[in-house]
Structures are given as C-alpha cells and as structure tokens.
Ligand binder design. Structure first.
Ligand code: ATP
Ligand code: MG
Length: 473
C-alpha cells in the first residue's frame, strides 16, 4: 500500500519501524504495512530537475524508458531537499548491473566481481547501483562482497542469486533517514520509507533501525554521524547519539586506510571546527588521534591546542572560498599538539632543533599510523613543514634566502603565521618573513646581510662529508 504525503508523516508507523524493531534490516520483520513508502508528490517538495546533473537525468530517463525503476538516491536527494548542490549524483535501480551495462556504451562495472555500474560522461561519473538485498554487507569501497550470496554450479554458472533485492530491501541498508530518500524519475515524487523527509526538514540526523546494532555492523557510521551533523548543521537525534561514546572503541577495529579516507572527508568539507568539537564531545577523538587527545586533555589551553583550532578555522575558510586544501597541512595542524608533546618530553640540545623535530615527527607519526594510515606522500612534506620552523629564526645571511627558495616554504610560512597568532613565536618574526617576500632580489640580499649574526642561533644540519677511504696499497 502506498501512502501519500499530506504534510505529516504517520508517527505510529515511524515508531514501529525505527524504535521497536531491533533488527529492521531483516526482511522477515518488515511487514507489508511497514514496507509501504510515503510518497511526496512533486508539488509537495522543492526538488527541481533544473538542479539535477543533466548526465544523471540522462541515465535516469534511459533506465525508465527501458522499463526499469530508476531513482536518484542518497546524499543527492538530501542535499537538493536542503537547497544545496550535491557533490555527486547516485542512482538506484532494479536493473541488474549487466542490464545497465547494455544500456550505456560509456559504462563500466566495478567493485568486487562487478557490482556497481559507473556511467562516465567526461569527468562526471554517475554511479548506478542495483537495489541490494537485505543483509548484503557493504565493504569499504561501497561495493558488495558476493561471497555467500551466490550459489554457483560446478561450472561456475550462477544458479541462485540473492544479492539483489527490491527498493523495500535496499532502504534498510542505508544509514540515516535523511540519506534514505528516493527521487522517482517516473513522476518526480520522493519515496520515503523511514521518515527521512521530515527529518531532513527538521535537520535531524537519525539512524535507521536500532542505533547500537547499526554501529556494530559498521562503526564508521559513528564518524558519518559526526560528518553529516557538522557539514549539514543537523542535530544528532538523542537515540542515535546515545550509544556513540560507549561504542567508540569499535573504531579501533576499522582498517586504518578506511579511517584516513573518513578523516579527510570529516575535515576537508568546510566544517572541520564543528567536526572536531563533536569528535571530542562524543569521545571519538581518542580513538582516531589518541596522542592528540592526551595532549589536549593535559593542556587544553596550550598554544598548540589553539593552533589546532585556528588551523581548522583556516581550513574551513579556504574550503568556503573554493581554495585548495591538502591533507599535508591538515595533518600538520591536527598532529601538532602530539608532536609538540613528544618534543617536550625528549632530551633537548642547543642547536639540534631540526633533528629533534624530525625525531618527534617520526615517532608521533609511526604511533599514529596504527589508527589512521596517513600515506607517506603526505607525512613526508608534513614533517618538512614542521622541521623548517626553527630555520625561520635565522634571518641573517644567504641561508635565509635559501629558505625562501625551499619548495615547502609557503606551507611552512603559513604554519609560522599560525604559531605567531597563538603566541608561540614573536609576531615580529612572522612580519619580517611576510615583508621580505615582497622585495626584489637585491633588496632581499640587503635585508639579510644587514642583520647581525646571532650567537647560538639554531643551525640547520650540516651535511657531513664522506671521507674517502684511503686507496688500497
Ligand atoms: P556525500 O554528500 O558526502 O557524498 P552521501 O550521503 O552521498 O554524502 P556517500 O558516502 O556518498 O554519502 O554514500 C551514499 C549513500 O550510501 C548514503 O547516502 C547512504 O545512504 C549509503 N551509505 C554509504 N555508506 C554507508 C554506510 N557505511 N552504512 C550505510 N549506508 C551507507
Ligand atoms: Mg555521495
């Protein structure tokens, strides 16, 4: 039975689905009544085709014309409903991947043993997923592990396939109600099985089904809750929020490479400050960045803690201004309290600042890798940015000019500005480096040569000459 949206969703039905059923993803527990969507007709919602990618529309229409069901799903429907422009447009259909492939020349099947169809239009890829059967586990790349879902004969032919399901089954594997809306290309209505339409309008983030079960199935959903709450300015519903601190430890079992992807999404989407606050409140931070959490607990008002916050604010501003952001600088800012703590706990020696910083970076990063695997292409430049900091103290002579030429100068200088802003270095030093960048080569030379040599200033490491072995007699 289909219900039509009349401005109010039947609360009874929602309670039935969302609270009292401990394992709603099991088809056996979905009764006919519960499996009926509320249909929000075109004149009851603001989603206009003018805001949907023309390529996504092409795919939707072609599927429809071939006699299949075709829906825009997930974040795209949610964002359109909120008046935002979606990052990507995902489609769900009852056509099997092989059938999708036959409809589009520009289509590739991806995922473990071909599960998702990617239809390519230049740079834009439209992902088309076949409705999934209940209890189809999703792996990290959002593809499906087919093991155990197919029964093959002795020649490897498929006898039975319970991978694919109906839209009624597909809806239960989705995480939050606002992410489980289906925009139907047939009549431009939105199908809502879980109250996501109302939740999105009220900016409430609510897990489908029993929250604890859903987090246990996939602990990354705890981070997704933080991400959507921060990015969309949603309130996490009390029932969805309550189990998080208790289950936060489950993040320890998530592959560090998947957490790296998730952390990037958390902090590079324009709401890093809010995401960081939520991670701290919900006690997730200590499972992602244990040493940073310790450093911040010990000294919540330290210059390093302030630098982290200021760095995240800067990242958010850059994202909002459509400027580029890199994991390198992000992780330099995020890990700085932990690196600084390691540095302070180790032996200090006059003139060895560079080596000490490198050592503190190395040991902090190697401990960190056990949680969030940051690839070397980001950790190496990050280490360089931090290790260059003592060299800003030396302004006299050609060495200062060489620092200006360093490929990491710009990022290291940005980091210096943060340190100056939080009182970790003299603002006059930062200003000097700001000013010198605007000078001509001759003026630069005059500037560095006019400075008196400083006794005992930190030196950069001198390369040791290798002694030649004496030639054999
Ligand atoms: P974004 O705007 O960041 O892309 P999104 O909601 O589209 O947000 P995706 O990670 O692209 O998020 O996933 C697409 C959809 O797939 C989600 O809206 C959700 O319905 C479903 N999904 C993705 N990851 C999970 C998960 N771990 N558990 C359950 N459902 C998920
Ligand atoms: Mg998406």
């Amino acid at each position: 039975m289909v219900r039509y949206y009349t401005g109010r969703l039947p609360r009874l039905k929602r309670r039935l689905l969302l609270k009292s059923d401990p394992s709603p993803s099991s088809p056996a527990t979905i009764n006919d009544e519960a499996a009926a969507p509320t249909v929000v007709a075109r004149d009851q919602h603001p989603i206009s085709r003018a805001n949907i990618s023309s390529n996504a529309l092409k795919v939707l229409y072609r599927l429809k014309e071939a006699g299949f069901q075709a829906f825009l799903v997930g974040g795209a429907v949610r964002d359109l409903l909120l008046g935002l422009y979606p990052k990507d447009f995902d489609i769900a259909t009852n056509a099997h991947p092989e059938q999708v492939k036959q409809l589009f020349r520009n289509c590739r099947l991806i995922g473990r043993r071909f599960h998702l169809a990617h239809v390519r239009f230049g740079y834009e890829i439209i992902e088309v997923a076949t409705f999934r059967a209940a209890h189809t586990p999703i792996d990290e790349d959002n593809s499906v592990d087919e093991a155990g879902h197919r029964v093959l004969d002795e020649r490897g032919r498929i006898l039975r396939d319970n991978l694919y399901g109906t839209i009624e089954e597909d809806v239960w594997r989705r995480d939050f109600t606002a992410n489980a809306l289906y925009y139907n290309i047939q009549d431009f209505s939105v199908w809502d099985y879980v109250g996501g339409f109302e939740d999105a309008q009220a900016r409430i983030l609510r897990l489908i089904g029993d929250p604890e079960t859903r987090y246990r199935e996939d602990p990354v959903r705890m981070l997704r809750a933080v991400r959507f709450a921060a990015k969309l300015n949603f309130t996490i519903h009390q029932d969805t929020r309550a189990p998080i601190s208790k289950l936060a430890w489950m993040l320890d079992g998530v592959p560090p490479a998947r957490l790296f992807d998730e952390v990037n999404k958390l902090f590079l989407a324009g709401s890093a400050v809010r995401a960081f606050e939520l991670l701290t409140e919900l006690k997730l931070l200590e499972h992602l960045f244990p040493d940073v959490a310790t450093a911040l607990q010990e000294q919540p008002d330290s210059a390093e803690a302030k630098l982290l916050r200021l760095g995240l604010e800067g990242t958010d501003e850059r994202v909002r201004a459509d400027k580029s952001v890199t994991p390198t600088f992000l992780f330099a800012v995020l890990l700085w309290p932990a690196i600084h703590r390691t540095l302070m706990r180790g032996p200090r020696r006059e003139g060895a600042e560079y080596q000490e910083l490198i050592a503190a970076c190395e040991s902090t990063i190697s401990r960190q890798q056990a949680r969030v695997a940051i690839p070397k292409r980001f950790t190496l430049p990050m280490r360089e940015i931090l290790a260059l900091q003592p060299r800003f103290e030396r302004r006299e002579g050609k060495r200062a000019l060489r620092l200006l030429e360093n490929t990491k100068f710009r990022a290291a200088y940005d980091f210096l500005l943060l340190r100056a802003a939080v009182g970790a270095v003299d603002p006059e030093l930062a200003k000097w480096w700001t000013d010198i960048q605007g000078l001509s080569p001759e003026e630069k030379l005059v500037r560095v040569e006019s400075r008196p040599a400083v006794e005992g200033a930190p030196r950069s490491p001198r390369r040791r000459r290798r002694r030649r072995r004496p030639a054999a007699p």
